[in-house]
Design a protein around this ligand. Structure first.
Ligand SMILES: Nc1ncnc2c1ncn2[C@@H]1O[C@H](COP(=O)(O)OP(=O)(O)OP(=O)(O)O)[C@@H](O)[C@H]1O
Length: 252
C-alpha cells in the first residue's frame, strides 16, 4: 500500500526578474520518503527549498502540508507544524556543546508551543530528549564537547540534530554533506537513512554515488523545471538526464 502524501507542491512558479527559477514545480513527498533533489548548478534546488519553507514567496502555485494549504503561512509557523530545513552552510554556535545547543532548540520548541515556564523538571526532560536525539545520530559520546572541536562530519550531524529538535514531519536537507570528506559523508547518509520512518526527507546532494545509494526516488530539476521524477534506476538510464546533468552540464 502506498504511503500518504505529507508535503505537496502544485505548479509552483518563481521569477527573479527575467530569470525563471521555478517553472510549474509539482512534487509529492510520501510519508517516510528519502527523496533526492538533483540538478546542475543554478537549477533552482535551493530556491525550491526556500519556497517550500516560506523563506521565499512563490509568484503562483500552492504548497500543502498534510492536506492543509500553507502557501501563505509564515516560515516560523511552518516549522511549528513540522516542516524543517537545514542549510548548506554551517549555522552552529561553535562555543556551545551539542547537548547545550540541542537542549536550547528543544526549549525553543516548547516555548513557541506556549510551554516556556514548566519548572525545572521540564528542563530535565528537555536535556533527556536532547541526549536521546544526539545518541540517535551517533553523537552521544561527544555530547558535552565544545562544538568547534568536533570533526566537520559530526558538526553536520549536529545540524540535523538541531532540526530533529523541532520534531519535524518533513525534513529538507540542503547539501547536508557539503564540505565533508567522501568517506564521512556516507556515514552521514547512513544516519539520514535510518531516521524514523514517520519523517519524510528531501535532500539536495551533488555526489551521484551517494544519491544513487541512498535515495529511494530522485527529482531532477533543470532550469527551474522538473525534468524527471523517478526511481534511481530510471534516472540513471534516462538519456535526457545523462545529457543535461550526468553528461557534464553541471558538477558531478
Ligand atoms: N535572491 C535571488 N535573487 C536573484 N537571483 C537569485 C536569487 N537566489 C538565487 N538566484 C538565482 O537563481 C538561480 C537558481 O539558484 P539556486 O541557488 O536555487 O540553484 P541551485 O540549483 O540550488 O544551485 P547550486 O547547485 O549551485 O546550489 C541561480 O541562477 C541563482 O543565481
Amino acid at each position: 500500500m502506498s504511503e500518504p502524501i505529507v508535503l505537496r507542491t502544485d505548479a509552483l512558479r518563481k521569477r527573479f526578474g527575467s530569470l525563471e527559477v521555478a517553472r510549474d514545480v509539482s512534487l509529492s513527498l510520501p510519508r517516510g520518503c528519502r527523496h533526492a533533489l538533483i540538478g546542475p548548478n543554478g537549477a533552482g534546488k535551493t530556491t525550491l527549498i526556500n519556497l517550500i519553507t516560506g523563506q521565499l514567496k512563490p509568484d503562483s502555485g500552492t504548497i500543502s502540508l498534510e492536506g492543509e494549504d500553507i502557501t501563505a503561512t509564515p516560515a516560523a509557523t511552518r516549522v511549528r507544524r513540522g516542516l524543517t530545513r537545514t542549510f548548506q552552510i554551517n549555522t552552529l554556535f561553535p562555543d556551545l556543546t551539542p547537548l547545550e545547543a540541542v537542549t536550547l532548540a528543544v526549549c525553543e520548541r516548547q516555548r513557541t508551543a506556549g510551554q516556556f515556564w514548566r519548572g525545572l523538571f521540564a528542563h530535565e526532560e528537555a536535556i533527556d530528549e536532547s541526549f536521546a536525539i544526539l545518541t540517535q545520530l551517533g553523537l552521544g559520546d561527544v555530547a558535552t564537547r565544545t562544538t568547534r572541536t568536533l570533526p566537520y562530519g559530526q558538526q553536520r550531524l549536529l545540524e540535523i540534530a538541531l532540526a530533529l529538535a523541532t520534531r519535524p514531519r518533513v525534513l529538507l536537507l540542503d547539501e547536508p554533506a557539503a564540505g565533508v570528506p567522501k568517506d564521512e559523508s556516507a556515514v552521514l547518509f547512513d544516519v539520514i537513512s535510518a531516521l524514523p520512518q514517520d519523517i519524510s526527507v528531501l535532500f539536495i546532494e551533488h555526489d551521484m554515488d551517494i544519491v544513487f545509494r541512498f535515495a529511494t526516488r530522485i527529482v531532477v530539476l533543470v532550469a527551474g523545471g522538473v525534468l524527471l521524477e523517478a526511481d534511481p534506476e530510471t534516472v540513471r538510464t534516462d538519456p535526457r538526464v545523462r545529457e543535461v546533468y550526468l553528461g557534464g552540464a553541471g558538477h558531478a
